[in-house]
Design a binder for this molecule. Structure first.
Ligand SMILES: [Zn+2]
Length: 232
């Protein structure tokens, strides 16, 4: 009997203590609205694990033609300061011909029709980045899906999910928040994996040489273009 009483007293004491702790926690504990956003908002899925679904791929705008994303549509007024695979580089570094920061704030254009699949700032080496997914015409050996990537931007003018047409302004040339002289890091990637990834690697990974890709997808066979001036 006495043992039962002791157990009951102990239980009551514990319950009382728990209630007191609960009240104190409610009064003094962190409030949901006081917590930093990072603790309250659901964390975005790691982009490394995002893959476009078959349906998303099938409904991507068909990109029948690509142009350079900076300067004129053929890339005039720009130069490639560090080309694909030079010093393990996975893209082209496009610059205005004025050099240095002369291209800071210049418009960056969607290289082809597509859907924006990533808009963000994945890290200090990248700065602001946009990824656009494109569906290539059937029979294109680099299809069915490629992505174009635009990094170090100063401004971004599109949202994830937005449909863009070739030549639409999507952002402006930046410095990755002061990390570099202004330039556009531009990549072309094969396949449906949406991942900011890395700008340098020992192998080409899923990257395609951007200038070559644009040249072979700009809609005009070389023999259709006007011949260059003859000098002899
Ligand atoms: Zn680069």
């Amino acid at each position: 009997m006495r043992k039962a009483l002791r157990i009951m007293r102990l239980t009551l004491t514990l319950a009382l203590a728990a209630a007191i702790v609960g009240v104190i926690w409610q009064k003094l504990g962190p409030r949901l609205e006081d917590l930093p956003d990072s603790a309250v908002k659901p964390k975005p899925l790691d982009p490394a694990f995002v893959r476009l679904t078959p349906r998303e791929m099938a409904t991507l705008p068909l990109a029948t033609r690509f142009d350079m994303p900076l300067g004129s549509e053929h890339g005039a007024f720009t130069y490639n300061a560090r080309a694909f695979r030079i010093e393990r580089h996975l893209g082209d570094d496009l610059n205005g011909i004025g050099g240095e920061n002369s291209d800071l704030g210049d418009p960056v254009y969607a290289a082809g029709a597509g859907r924006v699949v990533y808009v963000g700032n994945p890290g200090p080496g990248w700065g602001k980045m946009i990824l656009i997914a494109h569906r290539l015409p059937e029979g294109d050996e680099q299809g069915p899906v490629v992505q174009t990537m635009y990094a170090h931007l100063e401004q971004m003018q599109v949202r994830t999910g937005q449909i863009v047409q070739r030549g639409d302004p999507i952002g402006t040339v930046g410095t990755a928040e002061g990390a570099y002289l202004a330039h556009l890091h531009f990549e072309v990637r094969a396949g449906p994996y949406v991942n900011p990834g890395q700008g340098y690697a020992d192998t080409a990974l899923n990257r395609i040489a951007p200038e070559t890709f644009i040249r072979t997808h700009n809609g005009s066979a070389p023999q259709v273009l006007n011949p260059g001036p003859q000098t002899d």
